[in-house]
Ligand binder design. Structure first.
Ligand code: OAD
Length: 237
């Protein structure tokens, strides 16, 4: 740890596992969303075309869970890290907004944000004009949908390129609570590794990145992050 200083650049790359301790379901764990539901029905453009009510009601129920959830020690510890290392940022696959609620800043959301809506036809944000059969419509007539990335869709314009460049230049990358299976986001820890960053994986299970990480912490994000923060803090003092 002592080869780093306060100018070190740190990337916190996170996935659904960091929100698990806040009571928000992951996707690929045994009780995760995709063990119960077909992602193509709930999180794809075709699924939305086929049954918009089903998709919107699933997102409404997820949004309710998320609004009632609170960030935990892991999220708050990232805020402490960001104070100690001003050149650090969160790049998340999560759409729940918990990083921002814990004061993490900046946060780049690769897969969008469940609290925003956009038009499925023209892509304009929000802009609800009329409600028909419980579905909000845009001025252009298109249906409004959550502003999240679905299977088969592109990530927000330019964001993955910017994220890969940032991971390629960082000194330390934490990969936290992600199964590291969904691309292009899953390139990020490998990109950091290839460019010589020190990589730390925090996960309760093994992932395709585990064999490559410099340090593996097999623990929950809420346990591991405060302990690691103490170690970094001590090494800098
Ligand atoms: P996954 O559900 O694929 O993986 C969650 C990971 O978190 C697993 O590796 C778990 O072992 C780990 N985990 C669970 N609880 C944990 C805890 N308390 N602390 C630390 N780790 C824990 O979620 P993601 O990797 O985020 O995409 O999935 C990536 C994308 O696939 C999501 O953004 C979503 C999904 O389909 C879209 O919706 C576009």
């Amino acid at each position: 740890m002592d080869r780093f200083n306060r100018d070190s650049h740190i990337v916190f790359f996170t996935g659904a596992g960091i929100s698990a301790e806040s009571g928000i379901s992951t996707f690929r764990d045994p009780d995760g969303h995709w063990s119960k539901y077909d992602p193509m029905k709930l999180a794809s453009p075709k699924g939305f075309r086929d049954d918009p009510e089903l998709v919107l009601s699933w997102y409404a129920s997820r949004r309710k869970t998320i609004i009632e959830a609170e960030p935990h020690a892991g999220h708050y510890t990232i805020t402490q890290f960001q104070k100690l290392f001003p050149n650090s940022l969160v790049i998340t696959q999560n759409v729940d907004g918990l990083h921002a609620r814990a004061g993490n800043d900046p946060v780049w959301e690769l897969h969008g944000n469940i609290h925003r809506e956009k038009c499925n036809t023209c892509g304009q944000e929000g802009n609800s004009q009329a409600v028909e059969d419980g579905i909000h419509h845009c001025r252009c007539g298109g249906m409004l949908r959550p502003d999240v990335v679905w299977f088969g869709e592109s990530l927000p314009f330019g964001l993955i390129e910017k994220s890969l460049a940032t991971a390629g230049e960082c000194d330390i990358l934490f990969s936290i609570g992600t199964s590291t299976q969904i691309y292009p986001a899953a390139h990020l820890p490998f990109q950091a590794l290839e460019h010589g960053a020190y990589t730390i994986e925090i996960n309760i299970d093994k992932t395709p990145f585990s064999a490559h990480a410099d340090l593996i912490v097999e623990d929950t994000a809420g346990n591991a992050l405060p302990k690691l923060f103490e170690e970094f803090y001590a090494a800098l003092s």
